[in-house]
Design a protein around this ligand. Structure first.
Ligand code: GCU
Length: 682
């Protein structure tokens, strides 16, 4: 039963005879053209062998040299290896991008070619996924990733705890060291590779300088060794003050010669142990973290310090745009945390080295249940950018609530920023297409832990799966991805597929409804836990996550004309739309405008009545989740059935706590009763 969790969507459950595709003709052997056990091509051979055995109960022999077998094959190789050996008939290399693959199934032979070694592995996983879903047909396809950077971030601390992790302690660290047994790390790499993820930052953005001791560098090397067969490159978060705190220097000024040589030396040591290290992630001058501003140097000076150090080794520096002042004055009606990223970064455009990528959270605040796309994506055209998404449900119910997040991510990825009045979808900006940038892509904060379900909840894994698939191709439909995940995780029974699709697709709208709607943010406790209802915590704090709620009205006035000016950070067309109440969509109204509770929405309802109705609707939807799940009692193995049921029941109950707290809070504040008589004096 534990395997059901550990293997995630790679269970490769036996396919019932009636689901076997009639056109499935299995070749006689597997030929993986690599003898190198650390090569993803070699891994691909093993995955194919084990997967086919598990799904179809057939053991195909596995070879690594062409002359070992002359019959039909599933051949997996890099294009270089393949063409080097002969076989000029498969014309693929011209159309394959880095990490892309070709999958050709025809006349009893299967050819899987990767432009890179990991590309070949991705092709093998695609082939297995088709067989496992019983959705096989002759195929001849080329699949290329939309963006080169497809990384996950772990917020793991060296003591083994995980910041905003909800699935037990770290698989990467314990007791301030890297553990001996890294089996779970390899299993994690396997899951990541199967969805096209090619890099991972293993430690918290709030980084500990002790990660850079010689012993820990060796430990990081072991982590990289454990993930390399799956093509997942390891990188680390840095603490900007390390030259001082760990190195004993008197300064960490990024322009100081001693500081530069300290970082150069550390970087050399790291690359000596990990020649394919992905690079660095840096959180500087944010939430108390040290950074270049201490020495009146710019954030670009800070980023370039590391960029120069990793450049000779081919490394990348992900520099976070999450820079803001967390002691702002709530009494100042012009103050706005949402403005800070553009204020800090816009003037630095053009000053970052080529191997720096600015990593931008999807919205201007912090992973809320709904935010507008960060305007920074449109403000630094000469800079590589990546979007930061969050799989760990920090503001979305900590994996105790089912919230399938892909539809939220799509609202951002598909958003058109209209830079220079031209189509400027966020996904085209981060892929480098819109402004002709070389690097860019996706970073997902995952925070898996030692829990055997990885995220603490079986159903939450659809988010990790969808993240990887969207980073590969953001035009894919959220529901299609969910259905693939469901078939792989729970099988193809139509009832199972129907129920999981229905509750997952209903989950984000429901969560938004019973937490914070109309763009007011999640309304959770923002001071400590980021869990459960606490609308009062959303004002009068220095963190700048404000709702500006009083007796008469609610919402942040972020207009240029009367508010904080945030809407003016967007290119003209979008700025104009958000500047006016008339053209701001209801679901972001309170993000951009302060209105009375009696203000009438486009829907015809007042704001306060919408609050009441939405909270009742959301909680009502959540009540249906455990009931729908109950119908799968005989269709899902007992362990997973019970674990999921437990969580969905909890969510149904907690959604009522949410509903009643929020409704009562705004009733108390506004004194306006609910037209339906549900909220008011009791
Ligand atoms: C949020 C989160 C922190 C995290 C920070 C970040 O504020 O609550 O735990 O460190 O984001 O992304 O840097």
């Amino acid at each position: 039963a534990i395997e059901n969790g550990i293997n995630g969507w790679l269970r490769y459950a036996p396919l019932p005879a009636h689901q076997r595709p009639s056109n499935l003709r299995l070749p006689g052997a597997i030929m993986a053209l690599s003898n190198n056990k650390t090569s993803p091509v070699y891994t691909a051979g093993q995955e194919l062998q084990a997967g086919i055995k598990s799904i179809l109960n057939q053991t195909l022999p596995l070879y690594h040299e062409p002359d070992e077998w002359l019959g039909s094959t599933i051949l997996v190789a890099t294009t270089g290896e393949f063409y080097g050996r002969q076989n000029g008939d498969v014309k693929a290399s011209a159309t394959l991008a880095d990490d892309g693959y070709l999958l050709r199934v025809r006349a009893g032979n299967v050819v899987i070619l990767g432009q890179t070694e990991r590309g070949a592995l991705y092709g093998a996983f695609d082939y297995l996924s088709r067989i496992a879903q019983g959705r096989f047909s002759d195929a001849d396809l080329v699949s290329n990733p939309d963006a080169p950077i497809r990384w996950v971030n772990q917020w793991d601390n060296m003591d083994g705890s995980i910041e905003r992790g909800y699935a037990g302690p770290s698989i990467f660290f314990s007791n301030n060291a890297i553990p001996k047994n890294l089996n779970r790390v390899t299993q994690y790499a396997r899951l990541l590779a199967s969805i096209g993820i090619n890099g991972i930052i293993v430690n918290n953005v709030n980084a500990n300088a002790n990660l850079l001791t010689d012993a820990n560098i060796d430990g990081l090397g072991r982590i990289a060794d454990a993930m390399r067969p799956y093509g997942v490159q390891v990188g680390i978060s840095l603490n900007f003050a390390s030259p001082q705190t760990l190195g004993g220097l008197s300064t960490f000024d990024p322009l100081d010669a001693k500081v530069i040589s300290w970082w150069t030396d550390k970087t050399k040591r790291l690359y000596k142990r990990i020649p394919d290290m992905a690079g660095y992630l840096v959180k500087a001058n944010s939430e108390g973290q040290p950074g270049p501003l201490t020495y009146n140097r710019t954030l670009a000076d800070g980023a370039n310090l590391f960029a120069k150090a990793v450049q000779p080794h081919g490394g990348i520096v992900m520099f976070r745009a999450f820079v803001y002042d967390n002691h702002i004055n709530p009494a100042d009606l012009k103050a706005d945390r949402a403005n800070h990223a553009v204020e800090f970064f816009k003037e630095l455009d053009g000053q970052f080295m080529d191997n720096v990528v600015v990593q931008i959270k999807y919205g201007p605040i912090d992973f809320q249940v709904r935010e507008p796309a960060s305007p920074l994506f449109a403000n630094i055209p000469q800079t590589n950018t990546a979007i930061e998404l969050q799989i760990t449900q920090e503001y979305l119910g900590h994996q105790d609530h089912l919230v399938y997040i892909a539809p939220l991510w799509k609202t951002i990825l598909d958003f058109d920023l209209r830079a220079d009045d031209q189509p400027s979808l966020v996904r085209d900006v981060i892929a480098g297409r819109r402004f002709s940038n070389k690097h860019g892509g996706y970073a997902g904060v995952v925070n898996v832990g030692t829990n055997t379900t990885w995220l603490g909840s079986h159903l939450a894994m659809s988010n990790l799966y969808a993240f990887g698939r969207l980073a590969w191709d953001p035009t894919q439909d959220s529901q299609v991805l969910l259905e693939d995940w469901t078939r792989l995780t729970f099988g193809s029974d139509p009832l199972v597929l129907g129920v999981i699709t229905e509750i997952s697709m209903a989950s984000w709208p429901a969560y938004e409804n019973y937490t914070g709607n109309l763009g007011i943010q999640t309304l959770t406790d923002i001071l400590y836990t980021h869990y459960g209802p606490n609308p009062a915590s959303q004002d009068n704090n220095g963190w700048g996550q404000w709702t500006r709620a009083d007796r008469y009205g609610i919402g942040m006035d972020r207009t240029v004309s009367t508010g904080t000016g945030f809407s003016g950070q967007y290119p003209a067309e979008v700025a104009e739309k958000f500047e006016s109440i008339e053209t701001t969509p209801d679901d972001l109204l309170l993000w951009f405008h302060h209105v009375n509770y009696t203000h009438i929405l486009k829907s015809g309802k007042s704001v306060i009545q919408h609050f009441y109705d939405a909270h009742y609707d959301g909680a009502k939807t959540a009540q249906t989740f455990p009931i729908a799940w109950e119908s799968l009692r005989k269709k899902v193995d007992t362990d997973r059935f019970n674990e999921v049921l437990f969580r969905l029941r909890y969510q149904a109950g907690h959604s009522i706590v949410w509903r009643d707290s929020i409704c009562q809070f705004y009733y108390n504040l506004s004194g306006i009763p609910d037209a339906a008589g549900r909220v008011g004096k009791h």
